[in-house]
Write a protein that binds this ligand. Structure first.
Ligand code: PMP
Length: 397
């Protein structure tokens, strides 16, 4: 039966973590996986999460099924986070939200839903993008194409190239857009450029699918929602996937959500009924624990304040690590100007290191990064940053 099954390549990120775990060097550093760690190098359990969890556990509630689309308090909290508490879209019943199994699961149910619309159009992802975007949309049956995004020379967005790509796509192409903190480059487009992207999506009848995996990691909850809010104002129908893996440090609980913005309440009812069918035939209904914690935090003014403070601390620590890396690389004698690292947003930096240089870092120093040169700045800390800066400087010399 399985004689013709070929060995699949390892997942680039989880495969790298396996190599990191097997590495015996005590001072090894994992800058590969997209996980925020504290200055002590630990994945934090947020105080807000802990408090919500303690209350929840003390209830010793039975574990029945939740609705196919997930619990309502969670879904409403997600909508308010994306669109604001007094959003007209929410009031008008134009937002359909279902819990997803992480941001990945949300993208997948969204992809499956669009596929069932039988539009016979491709899905477009940015070049480069998070590794899994292509796989998710291909698995859902899409032809996946790319739009120009990053310019390696300026280390910023090639916006003219992006516009040209978007304008060339056939109607009904699903365009996956990073709502903020582009993964892997850390380069985002400006609000004025978002306005232009929206105009193109409208004119060319493209289907925008905003992937929001890092809300709160660039400038703040509200600020990082700017692109989503602009789409909300546009009157278009669009999709948003949310991930709470990073912002709540709940990676393994798989908390995410898919929101679909429709034209009317009546349309929402029909859309939700079909989305439920997608979910029911995939995994029936979502897990309870992570969404219950997230909802408890978002729906309690005290816990929400605590969470926002903790999120701000994570954001600020990443920024201070960016600044420290730039300073230390210069101090270690690199000739190249690394100040672009301070301009990049979110957890990652496209460092510009070549695959060969990344391989040397791994072999010679036990520093693990993606072969594309992506490093997770959120995994740097005051204990490992000197080693990382010195090693990079030596390899570039
Ligand atoms: N989208 C992007 C851009 C991501 O970086 C990630 C996580 N690395 C996800 C989606 C998926 O997040 P989750 O772990 O919640 O599935």
């Amino acid at each position: 039966l399985f004689t013709s099954v070929q060995l699949a390549p390892k997942d680039p990120i989880f495969g790298l973590t396996e190599a990191y775990v097997a590495d015996q060097r005590a001072d090894k550093v994992n800058l590969g996986v997209g996980v925020y760690t504290t200055d002590e190098g630990k994945i934090p359990l947020l105080q807000a999460v802990m408090q919500a969890e303690e209350t929840l556990v003390a209830k010793h509630a039975p574990r029945g099924y939740v609705p196919i689309e997930g619990p309502n308090p969670f879904n409403l909290a997600v909508q308010q986070l994306l669109f604001g508490a007094d959003s007209d879209l929410i009031k008008e019943g134009r937002v359909v939200t279902a819990e997803g199994i992480g941001g990945t699961g949300a993208l997948r149910i969204g992809a499956d839903f669009i596929k069932r619309l039988n539009l016979n159009a491709p899905a477009a992802i940015s070049n480069p993008t998070w590794e899994n975007h292509r796989g998710i949309f291909e698995s859902a049956g899409f032809e996946v194409i790319e739009y120009t995004y990053f310019d390696g020379n300026t280390r910023g967005v090639d916006f003219a190239g992006m516009v040209k790509s978007l304008e060339s796509f056939p109607a009904n192409t699903t365009v996956v857009l990073h709502a903020c903190c582009h993964n892997p480059t850390g380069a985002d487009i400006t609000e004025a450029q978002w306005v232009q992207v929206i105009e193109i999506c409208k004119a060319k009848k493209l289907i925008p699918f905003l992937d929001m995996a890092y809300q709160g990691f660039a400038d703040g909850i509200e600020q990082d929602g700017a692109a989503v809010r602009l789409f909300a104002k546009s009157g278009m129908s669009f999709f948003v996937s949310s991930s709470f893996s990073k912002s709540f440090s709940l990676y393994g609980e798989r908390v995410g959500a898919l929101s679909i913005i429709t034209e009317s309440k009546e349309e929402s009812t029909r859309v939700m009924s079909q989305l439920k069918r997608v979910i029911r035939t995939n995994y029936s209904n979502p897990p309870t624990h992570g969404a219950a914690i997230t909802a408890a935090v978002l729906n309690s003014p005290e816990l929400r304040k605590l969470w926002e403070d903790e999120l701000a601390q994570m954001r600020e620590r990443i920024k201070s690590m960016r600044e420290a890396l730039v300073t230390k690389l210069a101090a270690a004698g690199t000739k190249q100007d690394f100040s672009f690292i301070n301009e990049q947003r979110g957890m990652f930096s496209y460092s510009g290191l070549s695959p060969e240089q990344v391989e040397r870092l791994q072999k010679e120093d036990g520093i693990y990064a993606l072969s594309t040169g992506r490093i997770c700045v959120a995994a740097l800390n005051t204990k490992n940053i000197d080693k990382v800066a010195t090693a990079i400087a030596r390899i570039l010399a």
